[in-house]
Design a protein around this ligand. Structure first.
Ligand code: HAM
Length: 426
């Protein structure tokens, strides 16, 4: 039995976890400004939710779910994405009946997909996502796109490409679907086994096939944009007008399909165009969904959202050489020697921490010189020294590591003194 972490998972160790915290805080702050509030849903749900929500014909449901039977004989699945759970919660808690619609949520947490791991593709990854439920206003589509883009821009990314498409309403989709079947049916035998099934179940999925990508029929496949009815066409135009007023650059790609079944009207992805980003260039994706709330047992309500993985975001930051302003230093290291000094050091360390100051000390019984070395390695701003001499005089020696300045401070004034040093008295 291997004692390594399972394939496609990773440990996030100090040095990197600070970056995660920083990014998570920035994203939460962005959501606050757009007035999206945090929702936390369970990590596992009834399998049926994803089968019906994400769609039976998707790769996610057919090949990638972590599904197991629990001890009560129920089929349970580790969530492969967040939208279905958010919609389930919205319906279950009858949030649609509350005043102040639309309902605007954000979420952050681990998702699970049994995919073939490679750089940027994990089996456990963390998604940050938002969902706005209960409005059909194209302006909210543009708001979601703006938030998605700004989440990257504000962290310092520049090489971004926003690709948008419309998948139309049900009527448009049905017309397009019939056209796709007419187009691909003569080539049925030349398509992969999966696509032959897709052609019957959900022909749109054929356009998304990785195996048949090079088939000549792909290039000439009918575009959804030719099948949009007036309502869908007008909707898409309005979304684009709102993007224009916000000066958001985008490209329309009629072949953008997305890997989940619930979309109609607006669909989009954001790609990284940074050199050396890797084979997978999609940073995030999302779109509008109309049938999902009803599918889960709620009233006819539509929503729009998007999700990104933090893993791919951090990869993009690295590819663009963006340094995150994370502080990995230490405020105070307490150096002490001798039993009584050690006892006092424990007491003062505790008091400093309770006063809001970050402090660490030696726990390996090191000599004074080695303790100083440790303080230096940890990047401590101040070193407090308490030896026999200082004890006798009722003082602590305070050394400012940047300036090299030293001063003796009375033991009973040390908390106040350090507070002033570190916060400038604020
Ligand atoms: P998705 O396109 O399946 O959409 O995933 C969204 C994002 O999650 C991807 O663009 C990527 O950043 C990240 N992601 C997906 N799979 C992996 C993986 N195996 N490893 C690392 N990152 C991954 C959804 O999940 C929809 N729920 C988005 C949405 C929200 N649509 C409407 N609302």
């Amino acid at each position: 039995m291997s004692m390594n972490a399972p394939r496609g998972t990773q440990d996030i160790l100090p040095g990197t976890s600070e970056k995660w915290q920083y990014v998570e805080e920035q994203l939460a702050d962005l959501c606050r400004r757009y007035h999206y509030k945090e929702i936390r849903t369970p990590i596992f749900e009834h399998t049926e939710l994803f089968q019906r929500g994400v769609g039976d014909s998707t790769d996610i449901v057919q090949k990638e779910m972590y599904t197991f039977e629990d001890r009560g004989g129920r089929s349970i699945t580790l969530r492969p994405e967040g939208t279905a759970s958010v919609v389930r919660s919205y319906v279950q808690n009858k949030v649609y009946g509350l005043p102040n619609q639309p309902t605007k949520y954000f979420y952050m947490g681990p998702m699970f997909r049994y995919e073939r791991p490679q750089q940027g593709r994990m089996r456990q990854f963390v998604q940050f996502g938002i969902e706005a439920l209960g409005s059909d206003d194209p302006a909210i589509d543009a708001e979601v796109l703006s938030l998605a883009l700004n989440s990257y821009r504000e962290l310092g990314l520049q090489s971004l490409k926003l690709v948008v498409n419309s998948l139309g309403d049900q009527e448009s989709r049905e017309a397009h679907r019939a056209a796709l079947v007419r187009h691909f049916d003569p080539h049925r035998e030349e398509l992969c086994a999966d696509c032959q099934v897709r052609l019957d179940q959900n022909p749109l999925r054929v356009l998304d096939c990785k195996k048949d990508r090079e088939h000549p029929a792909m290039e000439t496949a009918p575009s959804i944009l030719e099948y949009l009815n007036d309502y869908s066409k007008d909707y898409f135009e309005q979304v684009q007008q709102y993007l224009d007023v916000m000066d958001i650059d985008y490209v329309v790609d009629p072949n953008l399909v997305r890997g989940l079944d619930y979309y109609n009207h607006t669909a989009f992805e954001i790609m990284s165009e940074a050199e050396g980003f890797g084979a997978i260039t999609t940073l995030s994706g999302g779109g509008r969904y109309t049938g999902l709330v009803q599918e889960v047992g709620g009233p006819e309500t539509s929503g729009i959202g998007f999700a990104m993985s933090i893993e791919r975001l951090l990869m993009a930051l690295e590819a663009e050489n963006v340094e995150l302003p994370t502080d990995e230093g230490l405020d105070v290291f307490f150096v002490s020697l001798g039993d009584e000094a050690n006892r006092t050091a424990v007491k003062v360390t505790d008091e400093l921490r309770r006063a809001g100051i970050q402090v660490d000390k030696d726990y390996l019984g090191k000599k004074m010189k080695a303790q100083f070395k440790a303080a230096d390695r940890l990047g401590s701003k101040f070193v407090l020294v308490l030896g026999d001499q200082e004890l006798e005089n009722g003082v602590i020696n305070v050394k400012n590591m940047a300036s090299g300045e030293q001063q003796e401070v009375a033991l009973d004034r040390i908390i106040e003194h350090m507070k002033n040093e570190l916060t400038g008295g604020k």
